[in-house]
Design a protein around this ligand. Sequence first.
Ligand code: ADP
Length: 496
Amino acid sequence: MNILLAASEVVPFSKTGGLADVCGALPGELARLGHRPAVIVPAHRDSSCCGAIIEPMGIDFIVPIGSKTVTGHLLQSTLPGTKVPVYFVQQDHYFDREGLYQADGKDYIDNCERFVFFSRAVLEAIRLLDLQVDVIHANDWQTGLVPAYLQIEYRGIPRYERIASLFTIHNLAYQGRFWHWDMLLTGLDWKYFNWHQMEFHGHLNLLKTGIVFADSINTVSPRYAQEIQSAALGCGLEGTLQHRSDVLSGILNGMDTVHWNPATDSNLAARYNVDTVGQYKPTCKAALQKELGLPTRPNVPLIGLIGRLCDQKGIDLVAKVIQRWVGEEDAQWAILGTGDQKYHDLLGDLAGRFPQKVAARLEFSGELAHRIEAGCDMFLMPSRYEPCGLNQMYSLAYGTVPVVRATGGLADTITDADDQALEAGTANGFSFSEYSELALAETLRRACDVYRKKKVVWNKLIDTGMRQDWSWARSAREYVKLYAKTIARRKEAVLT
Ligand code: ADP
């Protein structure tokens, strides 16, 4: 299969979030499975900082943007460690900027124009580079116009007739909403500006556009694909998504098993695998307690949390439970994160008042993240919503038992240690449903009880988690099936 993956950011060339990780990892795995992927991405400032050589191709093109035309250039490189071609759309006025989407916390006012340009460039590149493409895989609002242009403007052209489109939603909360006059920039007829297609409460909505025009849609976990069709997590697009539920599915992201491997991780005080975890994890725990200034106590449950400190991640519940627990429960907390000031204040205050029990590092540290994953006994993720989540996968790989709210990717990866799952040998963590302090506290207490009183059960949870496969190879096989389905769907549409 020939797959063209279009995205606004791709590791290692550019990154603000998980989208870049997916787009950097998936193509290599697809190539390993014998397919022919290529990637197309804007040439953001610093794209070449990763050390890759990016070469001009001598190909210029012009696309219409509203009433003007704008010139762009194509550059090329490969994804490091692979032969996968990466094409860069260079347009310095749009993309040679400090941040990818914003500066000083404010979105660029011409974001719609920038990604109208990029989306048109993706379709033009196919012709200019003479690419064989069976399916275009577009991602998030920045490329939401790609399926629309393909459907509305390019279908009449023979080489585009059979190209199928898949649109992946990485986080429904980011929709690319713009004022209605930006519709003029797209060059598409106003007839598409209606609430069934590109309009959303009077605004142009590029995520909705992608959802409406793509042949298939997916999200980054099966549970999230279900949840976004409900009013609670649909961010206003639940109706649109319900309407397309026959072509909507979910595929869990994979994790980077090279970078996150306790057997080779140079950040750790000791390295271990599934057979030696019992022997060496205590060394990692003691080293972490020492590093964080917590008393070095081997038998006290050490609970970890890493991430963006924001409402999505359930930090309000965590702060409430810590507040209650510092008085009555014997547990230690290792927290690493940055985010909203209110959470910095809350957690900083708790760590200051209870240094024997709470350590909070309010910063970004890749190395410490690895040591927390290895040194803790449990890892907490009580998210309000979680499209996929990576930290719970890292925890499983590091023999650290996840305690999670059963939402999105957390529900798809963590099997609660209830009697039935324990008997079946499928349990790998603890989970709860209701978003409440009480539910979180009860579940943590349940986990602490098993940790203290049922060592055999605890070790079995660790063993089950460490033996599971959350690699990109598994996700890529799912994507291959979805591409095939999408191509078949398009073929059918062409024939009818
Ligand atoms: P999200 O993409 O919603 O932020 P994920 O769990 O999918 O959440 O991935 C977050 C990634 O960012 C993980 O690799 C996590 O370890 C990392 N991370 C987040 N905050 C920090 C931090 N303060 N220090 C180090 N790593 C962090």
